[in-house]
Design a protein around this ligand. Sequence first.
Ligand SMILES: Cc1cc2nc3c(=O)[nH]c(=O)nc-3n(C[C@H](O)[C@H](O)[C@H](O)COP(=O)(O)OP(=O)(O)OC[C@H]3O[C@@H](n4cnc5c(N)ncnc54)[C@H](O)[C@@H]3O)c2cc1C
Length: 464
Amino acid sequence: MSTPRIVIIGAGISGLSAALYLKRRNFTNITILEKAAVPGGKIATLHHEGLIIERGADSFLAKKQAMLDLAADLGLSDQLVGTSPSAKHVYIAGEHKLHPFPKGLRLAIPSDIGAILRTPTLTPFAKLRVLADLLLPGAKHNPSIEDESLGQLLTRRFGQAFAEQIAEPILAGIYAGDLDKISVQATFPQFAEMERCSGSLIRAMRKQLRAEQQEARIQSMFLAFRGGFSQLTSELLNQLTDVELHCGCAVERISGEGPYLVRDAAGNEWQADELIVTVPSFSARKLFAPLADIPFFQHIEHVSVANVIFAFDKQSGIRLPEGSGFLVPRRLNKLTTACTWTSNKWTHTAPDGSVLLRAYVGRDGQQNWQRFTDEQLTSEVLAELRDWMDIPGEPTFIDVNRWPLAMPQYAPGHRQRLQAMRDFVGQKHPNFRLIGASYDAVGLPDCVLHARQAAFAIADTYRE
Ligand SMILES: Cc1cc2nc3c(=O)[nH]c(=O)nc-3n(C[C@H](O)[C@H](O)[C@H](O)COP(=O)(O)OP(=O)(O)OC[C@H]3O[C@@H](n4cnc5c(N)ncnc54)[C@H](O)[C@@H]3O)c2cc1C
């Protein structure tokens, strides 16, 4: 095998796992260029007095194989932990009060009709409208209408009240987005498929859950690492010791036609036969500008988010309900969009005697929080939490984390535009690969999957 010079831009999970899988395919000349002072991107764990604090990603969907594979490839499978079985309940915030979510929701799709009929969150009419999903015909497959927003699909199937009050905080929350602007095909394409195959989403979900129960597959829907997600990045870095990693190196420009010339802000240059670019689309647009004007980059907006982490001494009198936390519907117009009762949900994160909470802030259309100082943000969020929860004492530790333009918003049509962009780039620049959260999916396992695919695609190119 020849030894191409491979440059990876960005040392988040996409860049690091691409490097790992390239190395596993025996590539030896790999360089990673990272703007920040430390690698990891949106994975960042703080260890503080026995607390494991995730400032960025804190878990992944257990059924996503790519992340399980990566953990196994790194020898970390025995470090995976599930959520506490006693933290199953999730709540939804009302004015001054938390209400339990109806049972049986999976990714917001109902599977338990009795639970829908019993929930105090919906009016009797809204409940009947949800059940209409069982009778309404499925959308006819029409290739000319390839995509719609999640809001459109869920309102069509379950009515507006369900979409706004129950589905919106769950699904839009994952993307810090607006349900009416997020593409079904780029986020939950399985919903369109379920509708096409079963007509009713409720019926399709019940069928899926029955099959999963028979396989006894689902122990915990989410998994994390016992020592925090830094365990994952540390092990990746351990296994990449012979890869050149330059931190504090902001790439500014890519030129040439292959080999490419990659230049950073300090004027350092690298030659690359193969390039993997994992930076967000607004950064990629600047890098790519000398090579081509790609309108696709302008179509993806990014939303800024933050989280405020609070630790309390249990003796302060703080009482958490049984459960993993609560979501805040957009219509309440609060600063807090959700709150995880971290020490309930992930028992490994806090020693006995401590309570750990993580409040999320910021979503599409609600970005005013950015003008607050950390102190203002903390006191506003804590005041909101106190309105919903019993928090008599003061926190013993507070950590504010801002993530500017961190959450890509995939608008309807995203998949088609992405494919068109990839076709265009692939023709002109076959040695240039764009991966990462701005493109295919935000979840960690999908970032790993696409990084692995990019690495293997490069390996295929050099196979004799
Ligand atoms: C607060 C928060 C919580 C999240 N929680 C979860 C979760 O629980 N589960 C989950 O699955 N997903 C979660 N996500 C999403 C997930 O963390 C991200 O989608 C994923 O980590 C993105 O990885 P990436 O490598 O593609 O991008 P990034 O992690 O953003 O890495 C890109 C890297 O490129 C670097 N870079 C940018 N520009 C340049 C440049 N010009 N030159 C050199 N380097 C550059 C950046 O500094 C960065 O390190 C969360 C995201 C956020 C913000």
